[in-house]
Design a protein around this ligand. Structure first.
Ligand code: ZN
Length: 307
């Protein structure tokens, strides 16, 4: 009995010391980052995203509530590679929160350890209308990069809360092994369809395509961030007919008018495929994003006989 009482006292003291340190308040720009951060941070952090997954992450409408959230944040995590350049910098400035200014300890660029595709060579000018000047910022669409983002989170959270390092590292290890197991399943599902040709609206899926073996032969947008033009659409239709492309993948926030016209002309199926957590109601976390997209693709490939 005496021993039991001692254990209870120990547990009570431990609980008291743990709660003495309040949860870290983490804000992310996207729901993908919030999902990965939640995996790693567990109940030692509170975390929420500014943008919703059904919004175009390049062009998020800034709301006053965003500034309030940033004012209270201990840590801000951004996708980086200039994905948020159109909306985030003024919000950070207006928050007047010194902790989360770029370069401060409470600002994390999640792209630091990630594999980035399509890094341009030569001189880049905004006149090109390109919203991907530092390479493709949709890098979270590869689970390997998801693991790297998780590691960035764990290291940053450990840096801010060194006493919780073991907790964050343990959660990272758990997240990594569950993601590895899931990725093995996703790769097996996609393996029979390696090399399937698709067109996508925006360049949201190069990392996904490279990992899971899709061949993206063209884009509905003539350049990232530039709406379709009649000439580009005509060229794309001709190329799709030439290569017998049967799938057009469209992010949930783009107008379906041009994709549907392309579908009618080529016989291709138009699929609305979310590139983000929160992109559709079933996709509530990072694992479900790949579950959903891969099931959607496999069904469509079977139905259309796409190759
Ligand atoms: Zn983009």
């Amino acid at each position: 009995m005496k021993h039991m009482a001692f254990l209870f006292l120990g547990a009570a003291l431990f609980a008291a010391s743990a709660s003495a340190q309040s949860k870290l308040t983490v804000v992310t720009t996207t729901e993908d980052l919030a999902s990965i951060g939640r995996e790693v941070g567990g109940d030692h952090i509170s975390i929420e995203s500014l943008a919703r997954g059904y919004q175009d992450p390049h062009f998020v409408e800034a709301k006053p509530s965003f500034i309030l959230k940033l004012q209270k944040a201990d840590l801000l995590v951004a996708v980086g590679r200039e994905l948020e350049i159109g909306w985030l910098p003024p919000l950070i400035q207006q928050s007047r929160n010194s902790k989360i200014q770029p370069g401060s300890q409470g600002y994390l660029d999640a792209s630091l350890g990630a594999t980035i595709l399509e890094i341009p060579s030569g001189t880049i000018t905004r006149a090109m209308g390109d919203v991907h000047p530092l390479g493709n910022p949709h890098y979270w669409m590869d689970p390997e990069n998801g693991k790297r983002i998780g590691k960035e989170f764990a290291d940053k959270l450990s840096e801010i809360r060194p006493n919780d390092r073991a907790y964050f590292q343990q959660r990272l290890a758990d997240f990594t092994s569950r993601l590895d197991a899931a990725a093995k399943r996703w790769l097996a599902q996609m393996a029979p369809y390696k090399g399937t040709k698709v067109v996508t609206y925006h360049r949201s899926f190069p990392n996904f395509a490279e990992r899971f073996g899709l061949d993206i032969i063209g884009y509905v947008e003539p350049k990232p961030g530039i709406p379709p033009t009649p000439q580009h659409t005509l060229d794309l239709i001709n190329e799709m007919k030439r290569q017998n492309v049967k799938l057009v993948l469209v992010e949930p926030y783009f107008d379906l008018k041009t994709p549907n016209a392309i579908g009618r002309d080529t016989g291709a199926q138009v699929l609305v495929m979310p590139p983000s957590v929160g992109g559709t109601k079933e996709v509530t976390d990072y694992f479900k994003l790949f579950d959903y997209d891969i099931n959607l693709l496999v069904e469509a490939i079977k139905k259309t006989g796409a190759k």
